[in-house]
Design a protein around this ligand. Structure first.
Ligand SMILES: [Zn+2]
Length: 153
């Protein structure tokens, strides 16, 4: 099973047991550099269009970032953004999707980019991302479980 990196065109090898962690409606990246490339391709969103979420915090404390997240994968991605000098907001906006809401993990205000950091997909969560991309004209990049090695997990 191979995916193609949407930035450099390289093949991304996915082994059998990670196949279920592919988000079929996301653009793909092979490396951290190519993730930065995807981030630069996002299109800006007027923040006035967005609906604020009032998040309850996760329970994974990051000592260096001095805040809570929901998973250690999110912590690693937040660290990567910080090291790359990219400002982020965490779980700050919500989007009605059918009869529920979707809250992307990160928003990058300088780029207009939403990031979804995904461990295993729960029931309905791939569908939620697909519907978000159909309904809203915003850039949403999934950072899937099969790329976790890039972030040291
Ligand atoms: Zn690439």
């Amino acid at each position: 099973m191979k995916l193609i990196c949407d930035v450099c065109g390289s093949a991304i090898k996915i082994n059998q047991k990670n196949r279920s962690t592919i988000d079929p409606t996301s653009k793909n990246f092979c490396s951290k550099d190519c993730l930065l490339g995807l981030i630069r391709m996002c299109h800006p969103v007027p923040q006035s269009e967005l609906t604020m979420n009032y998040p309850d915090t996760g329970n994974i404390w990051s000592v260096d970032l001095r805040r809570f997240f929901r998973s250690s994968y999110e912590v690693e991605v937040a660290r990567f953004l910080t090291e790359s000098d990219i400002e982020y907001e965490y779980e700050q906006y919500l989007f009605p999707i059918k009869n529920t809401v979707y809250i992307p993990d990160f928003f990058l205000p300088e780029y207009g980019c939403f990031l979804e950091v995904k461990g295993r997909f729960g029931i309905g969560s791939k569908e939620k991302l697909k519907v978000f991309r159909e309904v809203y004209d915003y850039s949403l990049i999934t950072i899937p479980w099969h790329r976790r090695g890039l972030f040291g997990l």
